[in-house]
Design a protein around this ligand. Sequence first.
Ligand SMILES: [Cu+2]
Length: 476
Amino acid sequence: MQLKITKTCLAVSALAGTFAAGVVHAQPSAAAPVGSASAASAAPPAAHDMSSMPGHDMSSMKGYDMSTMEGHDMSSMKGMPMSGHGMAMQSAFGPYSMSREGSGTSWQPDTSPMMGLHSMEGDWALMAHGFVNGIYDRQTGPLGASKAFTESMAMLMGNRPVGPGTIGLRAMVSLDPAMGKRGYPLLFETGETADGKTPLVDRQHPHDLFMELSTSYSLKLGDDGAVFGYVGLPGEPALGPTAFMHRFSGIRNPEAPLTHHWLDSTHITFGVATLGASKGPVQLEASWFNGREPDQFRWNIETRRFDSWSTRLSWNPLPELSMQVSYGYLKSPEQLEPDTSVRRTTASATYHAHLGADEWATTLAYGRNRKNGPDMRVSEPGWLLESTYVLRDTHTFFGRAEQVSNSELFQEGQPLHGEEFRIRKFSVGYIFDFAKTGPVKWGIGGLVGFLSAPSRLDPYYGESPRSYMVFLQGRL
Ligand SMILES: [Cu+2]
C-alpha cells in the first residue's frame, strides 16, 4: 500500500509539472474560439477552456461521433485522439465525454460544462480546476457566531491510454484545515469532530488537506460499454450524488448543505476501492471502503481497514439529466460513537440546461440515515433542492432548500439529547463576476439563509435564526 501511494504521488506531481507548462501556453489559445481551425493550428499546444466555448452544446456528442458536433470542428483540435471512436477529452471511466464525470466516480449530466483548464499533452488529457472563497460568515441567535475564513480546493486530473485501456490519475487538495479545527459557524450543521471528544454542532468541519489521491483503470467493452476499477486514499465511494462543491447546481454556493451528512459526506474517505461497469446511459458500481469519517487531524492521511460497502446505479437517460440511487453500509462512521453504524439510502436527479449563453442546473436529492446503535434506532431523512442559474457568464443566482431530521443537536447530559428535530433551511444568493485575471474569474457575492425549527428550540436558537455570508470568489 505504502509503495503504491508513493508511486501515485510521484505520478501526480509529474502530472502537475506537465500541466503547469500547459497552463502557461494555454492562455493565448483559451481566448480563441475553439471551433476555429486557424486558431487551433496557430496555437501550438492545444489547451481549450471549454467553458468559453460559445454556445457549446455537448449534448450533440450523443453517440460520441465527433462529426455530429455542428459548428465545432473538433478534428482541428491538435493532439486530440480523433481516430475511430476517439473524442475530445474522454472520461477516465468509460467511452463518454469527461463532462459526465462528477466527483469520485459519480455521474452528472452530459451537458454539464467542463470547468477549469483543459489541455492535451502528448497522450495525456489533463484538467485543472479549483476555487478559493474568502468569506465573512455570520450566524444569528444565541448559538450563532461570526467568522472570517477562506475555503479552497485545487484539483488536477489526467488520463491517457495504457495498454488496452485508459489510466486515470486525480489529485485534489484543500487549504481548509487552515481555517481551524472547528471549521466555520453554520447553524444546525452536525458531523465530525474538532478535538476527538465532542461532536461539532452548529459548525461545518474543515475539509482535509488531501481530498482525493486516486487512480483508475478502465477497459472499453463493445461500442458503448466499459468496466473500471478505482482506488483512492482518500477517494470517494459510490454513494450519493456528485459532492456539493463539484455539482454545478451548488458549486458556487460557499455554504455546505445541511444534508451533507445525509448525501455526500463520504466524499473524503480514507481508503476506497470501487468496481464499476457502464453500458450506454447506465452505470452500476460497488465500493468497499473505510466507513470512518476523517478525524480531527486534517493535514494527514489516515489508514484503517475496509469495513463498509456501498452500491450505486446511475442513469443518464437524456444529455441534460442524470439520476442515481445508492445504498451504503457505513460501519462506525463517527469516532465519538464507535458502536453506531449507519445504513444510508440516497436518490437524486440533476438537470442541466443550456439556455442560449446561460447555464441552469438543478438537483433534487433525498437521503436517509438509519442508525443502528447499542441503545438507539433512529431513522433520519433529509431532502435537498438546489439550483444555480448563470446569466451571460456574469451573474450567478443560486438557491437551496433543505429539510433534515437531526438527532445530534444536543450532547449527552443536555436536556434535549437524542431527540430528533425537523430543521428547514432556505437560502438564496447572488454572485457578480467582475474581473478575469488570466484563467481566474473573480466574483463577489452574498447569501442569506432562513432557518426554521420546532419552537421548543427557540430558547437555544432564537425565533428565526439566519445565516449570512458575503464573499469574494476566485475560480479557475
Ligand atoms: Cu465534506
